[in-house]
Design a protein around this ligand. Structure first.
Ligand SMILES: NC(=O)c1ccc[n+]([C@@H]2O[C@H](COP(=O)([O-])OP(=O)(O)OC[C@H]3O[C@@H](n4cnc5c(N)ncnc54)[C@H](O)[C@@H]3O)[C@@H](O)[C@H]2O)c1
Length: 293
């Protein structure tokens, strides 16, 4: 396939002053995109300088993604200067890990504010421009922690799974405007991962080995509503499936559900629903109630 060319495209990468965001910004700029490097402070300037030194096009956009007004001002400035925004990579994030028993509500809210509301703020600020230009590529950064659970990360996991729901619905709403929304579930050796894996394993998870997944998700050929996981040069698709399940009809009892759990949970012929209503459709069909779609 021909090389992905981002010349003429304008991209915002949040939290791009370090870690994975920096690697994404460098790769997008190397493919010709005008990149807005968002982060809280001077780290953004350093990445802008790095991109400029290699002949790339970059500007800093310093603000907290949790501050909706500041995000809108950043996006307005980008639109005033470049006239469009093609790509948004919601990547900024923080951790406040503690077991749920010890977690303060303030830390729960803070993590939701940065990851979930931060992504909402940035997406909302670019949404109308993308609709008007009939083109947009948006990446939400989710995590295995949200998808599958991790001890001590209730706040982070809730935020990260919230982003999957946001992606699913915005993917549906954006479709007719060619706005494609996808999720990335990365593993990268960044300060977020320090102390979690031994150094020799951590060294395999170079951030720049995650960024090709992001480039694929923001290309013209991007998939729609995928959850793409990436780490150490490996890539997988995470899918939310529904089993065929059982149909108990009017005789349904809790006891019957538990007794038939293995049949209910069997993954034989499980499927990936394409929208929420598929559940009801599936249930009606199993109950023998046919209707026109
Ligand atoms: N590293 C991993 O293995 C891993 C795994 C799963 C998910 N993630 C996700 O990937 C993303 C990037 O993480 P990373 O590992 O590169 O971490 P990192 O800490 O190296 O980078 C995060 C960046 O976000 C910036 N940031 C924090 N709060 C911000 C705010 N309010 N506004 C703007 N910028 C802000 C930080 O300054 C930092 O530069 C995060 O969303 C994280 O949850 C990372």
């Amino acid at each position: 396939m021909s090389k992905i060319d981002l010349n003429g495209r304008v991209a915002i990468v949040t939290g791009a002053g370090g870690g994975l965001g920096r690697a994404h910004a460098l790769l997008l700029a190397s493919r010709g995109a005008q990149v807005i490097v968002n982060d809280l402070g001077d780290a953004a300037d350093a990445v802008v300088a790095e991109i400029s030194a290699t002949g790339g096009k970059a500007r800093a956009g310093k603000c907290s993604v949790a501050d909706a007004e500041a995000v809108q001002a950043m996006v307005d400035a980008v639109l005033a200067e470049f006239g469009r925004i093609d790509i948004l990579i919601n990547n900024a994030g923080i951790l406040r890990d503690k077991s749920f028993a010890k977690m303060e509500l303030a830390d729960f809210r803070l993590v939701l504010d940065v990851h979930l509301m931060g992504s909402v703020n940035c997406t909302r600020a670019v949404w109308n421009a993308m609709r008007e230009q009939q083109y947009g590529r948006i990446v939400m950064t989710t995590s295995c922690s949200g998808l599958f659970g991790n001890f001590g990360q209730a706040n982070y996991a809730a935020a990260k799974m919230g982003l999957v729901g946001l992606m699913q619905t915005l993917g549906i709403e954006g479709e007719k405007h060619d706005i494609r929304v996808n999720c990335l579930a990365p593993t990268g050796a960044t300060r977020m991962m320090e102390g979690i894996l031994p150094p020799e394993q951590l060294s395999k998870f170079k951030p720049e080995l995650v960024s090709p997944a992001v480039l694929a998700l923001v290309s013209e050929q991007a998939p729609k509503r995928a959850i793409l996981s990436a780490g150490a040069g490996s890539f997988e698709l995470v899918q939310l499936t529904m089993t065929q399940g059982i149909a108990l009809g009017e005789a349904a009892t809790a006891e019957a559900i538990l007794q038939q759990w293995n049949a209910l949970a069997s993954r034989d012929q499980d499927f990936v629903p394409t929208q929420g209503f598929d559940q009801a459709r599936h249930e009606l069909r199993k109950g023998g109630f046919h209707f026109e779609a």
